[in-house]
Design a binder for this molecule. Structure first.
Ligand code: ZN
Length: 428
């Protein structure tokens, strides 16, 4: 079959291929006898599927495994270097990009400040320069490009990879981000909301590994949540699930949100809002600490508020605590409604100090039903700024290895140079 061809494998053959591949890839088996045991497939069938996967270079043989009597079996390993991925997480004020292997490990990274409000043309041109630079800096014998994953700080229609009416991304509405990157790099491409990718990153590489019902909450410039349901990301019908930043928390028409509504959580407790409140507290004299920063000629941001709070400036403490009350109140509703076992809190504001997390914790435990909080853990995200790009890598890996997508490329052994694979999204 020619590379890039459209050969497909019969359904029954695909099922056993996926079963054998996932057995090794997801770590439940390392040898042929173990595969027979964990999959329930016959020895002959396992041997045949393993040989196919070895011939494509998707599995590789290592040394010898533990003998159960007789000759020790050779161990099998998923070849995380069969292909590589370009990954990016675009924030409102930054670009984070990298190259990942097929195990979701970031092997090259780049971070720079960037204003997403300059629009899709200028932003994606810059992202492409960053991607080109990362590819150019790779070794000559680097694996082929298998896919691209990108996060955006707004609602994304997952099936088409386009942002839809994003509140903080002027000019981006309906822009075909996925198609543009797929065509530029001739690679299957998936685009999702940044918080959804952070939730995937936590689930696959962070503290949420093995958990089934998880909510990842981002408190950065914007506020949002990603929902893991029964071990998988729950995107909802269009991809908007978890957008808690625009829940109305006060009935006050003077609190304008960037989404066009009033009284939203994000307009009171997001990092952007905290920056505006900091400026007010500096100018009205309520915060000597912030007034001193402003006098130094610094543009005040949420980082100054969290820093001031850790220095004990009463007005900064007040701002952080009231943000914590509002976020905690909405999250208590989320906990009652959804009953997760784990709540992971990340984003630049949440990571800046303990006081916000402490307040959020206190409100959730006091306002949620006892049954919903009995086994609930609330933790801070520890993956740092890579969480979004790690999630982007796993999004692409999960899509490439979803049976319906795998069926379209496994017969030729590689999804490289197949941009059309990204055009239909499968994951729930
Ligand atoms: Zn809003």
């Amino acid at each position: 079959v020619r590379p890039g061809g459209t050969a497909s494998v019969p359904h029954d053959q695909l099922q056993s291929l996926v079963t054998v591949l996932d057995g090794v890839r997801l770590g439940s088996a390392q040898t042929r006898p173990e595969l027979v045991r964990v999959t329930g497939l016959g020895r002959g069938l396992v041997a045949q599927r393993v040989n196919e996967l070895l011939s494509w270079g998707i599995l590789v043989e290592n040394g010898l495994g533990v003998s159960a009597g007789g000759r020790a079996p050779r161990t099998l390993r998923f070849n995380a270097d069969a292909g590589r991925l370009l990954v990016a997480n675009l924030g409102v004020t930054s670009i984070t990009a990298g190259i990942a292997n097929l195990a979701g490990t970031i092997i090259a990274r780049h971070h720079e400040p960037h204003d997403i409000a300059v629009g899709p043309e200028a932003t994606l041109r810059r992202l492409e320069e960053v991607f080109d630079g990362l590819l150019a800096a790779s070794p000559q014998d680097a694996p082929p490009l298998w896919g691209i994953g990108c996060g955006l700080p707004g609602p994304v229609e997952f099936a088409t990879g386009r942002p839809i009416a994003p509140p903080v991304m002027p000019g981006w509405d309906h822009y075909p981000v996925s198609n543009r990157l797929a065509e530029r790099y001739q690679a299957p491409t998936w685009v999702d909301n940044d918080v959804n990718l952070m939730a995937i990153g936590e689930l696959r590489a962070g503290q949420a590994q093995g958990a089934r019902n998880v909510v990842f909450v981002k408190i950065g410039g914007e506020v949002g949540a990603g929902i893991i349901c029964a071990g998988r990301l729950h995107r909802g019908e269009q991809g908007a699930a978890g957008d808690v930043g625009h829940v109305a928390v006060v009935d006050d028409k003077s609190i304008l949100c960037r989404c066009g509504n009033t009284g939203c959580l994000e307009a009171l407790a997001g990092g952007h809002a905290l920056g505006l409140q900091a400026r007010r507290a500096a100018l009205d004299g309520s915060s000597p600490w912030l007034a001193a920063r402003l006098a130094e000629g610094t543009a005040l941001t949420s980082a100054h508020v969290t820093e001031g709070a850790s220095h004990g400036d009463p007005a900064c403490v007040e701002l952080v605590v009231s943000a914590g009350y509002l976020v905690g109140g909405v999250l208590a509703t989320v906990v009652n409604f959804y009953n997760p076992s784990l709540l992971v809190i990340g984003g630049s504001v949440a990571e800046a100090g303990d006081r916000l997390l402490a307040t959020i914790r206190q409100i959730i435990y006091s306002r949620s039903l006892p049954l919903a909080t009995r086994e609930l853990r609330i933790v801070r995200c520890l993956l740092g700024p890579d969480v979004g790009t790690i999630g982007a890598a796993f999004m692409v890996i999960d899509e490439l290895f979803a049976p319906a997508t795998l069926a379209q490329w496994i017969a030729v052994g590689t999804p490289a140079c197949r941009p059309e694979l990204g055009r239909s999204a499968h994951a729930a």
